[in-house]
Design a protein around this ligand. Structure first.
Ligand SMILES: C[S@@+](CC[C@H](N)C(=O)[O-])C[C@H]1O[C@@H](n2cnc3c(N)ncnc32)[C@H](O)[C@@H]1O
Length: 460
């Protein structure tokens, strides 16, 4: 097998010009929703009847049994799909070097469930014999997408309660824990632009910085940013878009984020560029943004943190703050509706380690419906999932440089290896469509809105 060193030439299928791999392990069209709903509602009735409980106990029985029945159904259905694709393999040791004898004997001739693989890798119980991305490009030879009871426990004890509540305290804790880890950590893979969202690629030879610059330029054009306009960027990260808009379009741009260290970074760049009052940052939850009017509002991959339950009230808030002739630019990542097991297992990995509390990874159709319900018209929607793959691949190349790995491991430990998996696996996930990303240009759906002005935009 060709050995590609970390930080060496890109192992990504795009760059190596290898035939792109990918085995579809469909789940969505195989699952019997009738059987699932039948079990969810009939089993409690049978239990109630069997125990001789009164009629009014039925809703309680449904509530108590809902999750165990759902969990068992999904695990059994998953096992059937996994078995169909085969669990035997003599190729595991070709890609994996075991440091733990128990794991070595258990998986000598059997593919490793993905969750076992990444936890063991993070713990140093195994290593890849080649570049992580190169190994994962061949993952169908040594791993399976098994849903385990650990996943179900995580769904029950963490994911579902977080989806239900999404309180300010919970969001502050999760978001700050994550984004305030250390600016050097993020600089290690994002590079100097410090943009933690998909870039836009015009030519495969472009660098990560060019991808991000293309994106900033495109946002400016799509929003028709003009001198003196009031611009709000919700979930501004390290403030690169805020400072870019103020510097290049002469806007009065305000960025909002929950993470203090991001603001420190954004303010330092603004003062270096002498942007004065044109660039401003507020460290607060989006729900606390003081009520004011803005000509343009941007939100790049922050809405995922808002969550499904609060999404409509978030959009109502954006609508309130937007001038009637304003533009709302939303960049949002999501999962596909026609899900496969890998989507599910990757989504749970991301929820645990990468974006805790970010649950609105919904299909584009859901986002558009929510925007329309909130009184927006969607002018354009562009899918940029494959641009995300190239962006993440750029992050991966930065992160896997030996000097970055050494410095980060010394300071941050185990999480560095989790990030290796995140960046390698997500390069593939975004390329093969399990997850995607959309840019939506929206405005208030008012009769008087000057829709013609939207067609004057010309991107080079
Ligand atoms: C994936 S980052 C995107 C950053 C930035 N838009 C960019 O393009 O680099 C998500 C951002 O949303 C912010 N965020 C998440 N939840 C938030 C909340 N409840 N209120 C305000 N900001 C939030 C995070 O602090 C982070 O800056």
């Amino acid at each position: 097998m060709e050995r590609i060193q970390n930080g060496g030439p890109k192992a990504n299928g795009f760059a190596t010009r290898k035939k792109l791999k990918g085995i579809d392990q469909l789940a969505w069209h195989k699952i019997s929703y009738k059987a699932l709903f039948g079990l969810l509602f009939l089993t409690p009735a049978l239990v109630q009847y069997g125990l001789g409980l009164p009629f009014w106990c039925y809703p309680i029985a449904v509530a108590v049994l809902l999750v165990p029945i759902f969990g068992t159904f999904m695990v059994v259905f998953n096992r059937m799909c996994v078995a169909e694709n085969g669990t035997k393999s003599t190729n595991v040791k070709r890609f994996i070097a075991f440091n733990d004898p128990c794991l070595a004997s258990k998986y000598a001739n059997r593919k490793i469930p993905m969750i076992v693989l990444y936890e063991a890798y993070a713990d140093g119980k195994l290593d890849f014999r080649c570049d992580v991305l190169e190994a994962l490009e061949n993952r169908e030879q040594f791993c399976t997408f098994e849903l385990t009871f650990y996943h179900i426990k995580f769904l029950l004890c963490n994911f579902i309660p977080e989806v239900i509540f999404h309180s300010k305290n919970q969001d502050a804790e999760q978001v700050c824990d994550h984004y305030d880890r250390g600016n050097d950590f993020y600089r290690g893979f994002l590079g100097p632009t410090m943009i933690y969202t998909s870039g836009v690629c015009r030519d495969e030879s472009e660098t990560l910085e060019e991808l991000q610059f293309n994106k900033l330029k495109m946002v400016g054009e799509k929003c028709q940013l003009k001198e003196g306009e009031r611009h709000l960027d919700i979930g501004c990260g390290w403030g690169t878009l805020v400072n870019y808009a103020a510097e290049n379009h002469g806007t009065y741009s305000t960025g909002v984020t929950l993470a203090k260290r991001q603001i420190e970074w954004g303010e330092a760049v603004a003062s270096e560029k002498k942007l004065g009052s044109r660039s401003k940052f507020m460290c607060m939850d989006y729900r606390d943004i003081p009520s004011a009017k803005y000509d343009k509002i941007t939100c790049l991959e922050m809405a995922e943190h808002v969550g499904i339950r609060k999404f409509q009230s978030f959009l109502a808030q954006v609508r309130d703050m937007l001038e009637d002739d304003g533009i709302f630019f939303l960049q949002i990542a999501g999962l596909r509706r026609t899900w496969q097991w890998e989507d599910f297992i990757w989504g749970l990995f991301m929820a645990k380690y990468i974006f805790p509390g970010a649950d609105a990874s919904c299909p584009l159709g859901w986002v558009v419906t929510e925007l329309e319900r909130a009184g927006f018209e969607v002018h354009t929607s562009v899918t940029i999932g494959v641009h995300y793959s190239l962006t993440i691949n750029g992050w991966y190349d930065n992160w896997m440089k030996p000097e970055t790995q050494a410095a980060m491991t010394a300071k941050y430990g185990r999480i560095v290896r989790i990030w290796n998996i995140f960046l390698a696996w997500s390069t593939i996930i975004a390329r093969q469509g399990n997850s995607t990303c959309s840019q939506l240009v929206c405005h208030k759906n008012l009769n008087v809105y000057d829709r013609l002005k939207l067609f004057k935009v010309k991107s080079k």
